[in-house]
Every structure is written in C-alpha cells, then in structure tokens.
Design a protein around this ligand. Structure first.
Ligand code: MF3
Ligand code: CO
Length: 256
C-alpha cells in the first residue's frame, strides 16, 4: 500500500527535509583533504540533534544476515564505494569523491537525501560523473507528475545516464518515504520489467540514482553494509525526497 500524505503532512516532511539539507550544508563546508568520515558523521549528528531531529539511519536493521545495526548518522561512500559506506578513521585525500547520504526523523516523518562531493581537486572524469548523476535525478523527476508511472521516472534516469556511457545501479533502488524511511513503492533507476504504480498527488518519494563509471554490477563487503562497484571504478549518488503534485514535484530536502 502506498501512503498518500495530506498537505499538512507534506509540510511536516519539509521540516524533516530542511534538517537534512542543513546537514548537507555542513558537510559541504567541512569536506577537505585530511578530514575523517567519522568526523563528518559527528558534525552531521550534531546538526540533526540541535534541530530537534533524530538520525534516521542510526540503529537501522541490517537487511543481510550477520550484519550489525547501522552504527552512524550518515553513509559515507568513497570513490568505488556505491552506497552504505560506514564512517570511520579513513582520512579523505585530495582527488577523492565521496557520496554522503543523510536521513533525519522529525515530527513523525523522515527526510532522506544524498550528494556526491569532490575532495580538493578531482579529475575531469570524476567531475563529469558527479554532474551527470545529479542531472539524472532532475531528468527523472521531470516525469514525477500525477498520472505518470514509476517507470517514467526510472527510464528517464536510465536513458540520461547511459547516454554518457555510464550505468545505473540495479540492485539498489529509490523508495517511498514518510512515517517510515522505506515505504512502497520501489523506484528503480532503470527500466524494470514492471511499469510500476501510477503516480498520485501526495505520494512522497526518495528518488536516488546511483551511477557507475563502468559496470552496473556491485558487490557487498564482508561488513554486510558497504556496497562497492564490481570493477573498482567510480560511483556517484544523488538523492532528494520529493512530493508528487498535479504539476511539478516539490523537492523537500532543500533550503528555500
Ligand atoms: N538513503 C539510504 C537508503 O535509502 C539510507 C540507508 S542507510 C541505512 O537506503 F542504514 F539506514 F540503511
Ligand atoms: Co534513500
């Protein structure tokens, strides 16, 4: 069942989304060579809690047997890491790219957003991957209009990404979001076999292309969280929580 949010509930989700956006702003100011991903996690948790919210990811149950509950407030995925990198004592170095995913829970609702950042000076190739990944989100949500279907979002993302020679990750997908961080429907970033549900005003969705330089295939590390590219090449991620309306979708995880 897909939950439809009222105008009021969407306003509450915007508040949660604003906290996520503030946390990303903090990340943007703090990313530089030498900083550890654990330090970035600490800074984000501080922003989230100071705004009266709770980190959505911390304590999240691992979907795979043998994995610990998620220990941190952010996912920090460097270079060939696709998603769900666990923060630690790794120091960022000049030329790295890092995907930061943040979730905040406030007033009964979650906000969820991810960005990929450059550390110092990065290669033109890495720069392009980040830019195309971000734009693929915007191409996708052009189709997030009442009456369309999920597959219209998915196929726009896939077509955009592949037109640059990149691939869209298939094993991990976007999702409905609201009172739960993961709600129905799933939102693939490629043309899946099913066309998916029809979009309706009041649906709130986390659209999140994960884009690889090489193969779309990924592997899971032994910690049962960190997802890496199968060929070791770079990956980027861009995500916002949006609300579907009768015309353009509203992005909830930005500051106005
Ligand atoms: N934004 C990610 C997702 O939608 C965050 C998951 S991290 C987790 O899957 F720890 F919460 F699982
Ligand atoms: Co998400």
């Amino acid at each position: 069942m897909i939950s439809i949010k009222s105008k009021n509930e969407i306003d509450l989700m915007r508040k949660a989304g604003e906290v996520v956006a503030l946390a990303h702003k903090k990340i943007e100011e703090s990313i530089k060579p030498g900083v550890t991903t654990a330090e970035l996690d600490r800074l984000v948790e501080e922003v989230i809690r100071k705004n009266g919210a709770i980190p959505s990811f911390k304590g999240y149950k691992c979907p795979y047997p043998g994995g610990i509950d998620y220990p941190s407030s952010i996912c920090a995925s460097v270079n060939n890491e696709v998603v769900h990198g666990i923060p630690g004592l790794r120091e960022l170095k000049d030329g790295d790219i890092i995907s930061i995913d943040i979730g905040a829970y406030l007033n009964g609702f979650h906000g969820d957003a991810a960005r990929t950042f450059a550390v110092g000076k990065i290669s033109p190739e890495a720069e392009k991957l980040i830019e195309v990944t971000k734009q693929s989100f915007f191409e996708g949500i052009k189709n997030a209009v009442e009456g369309n279907r999920i597959i219209d979002i998915s196929s726009a993302i896939e077509d955009y990404v592949t037109s640059y020679g990149y691939t869209a990750v298939r094993e991990y997908v976007g999702h409905g979001i609201g009172r739960e961080m993961h709600e129905e429907p799933q939102i693939p970033n490629y043309r899946s076999r099913e066309r998916g549900h029809r979009l309706q005003r009041g649906m709130t969705l986390a659209v999140e292309p994960m884009v690889n330089e090489g193969t779309y295939r990924v592997e899971l590390l032994n910690n049962k969280w960190t997802v890496v590219t199968a060929d070791g090449k770079l990956s980027a991620h861009y995500e916002n929580t949006i609300a579907v309306t009768e015309k353009e979708p509203v992005i909830l995880t930005i500051l106005d």
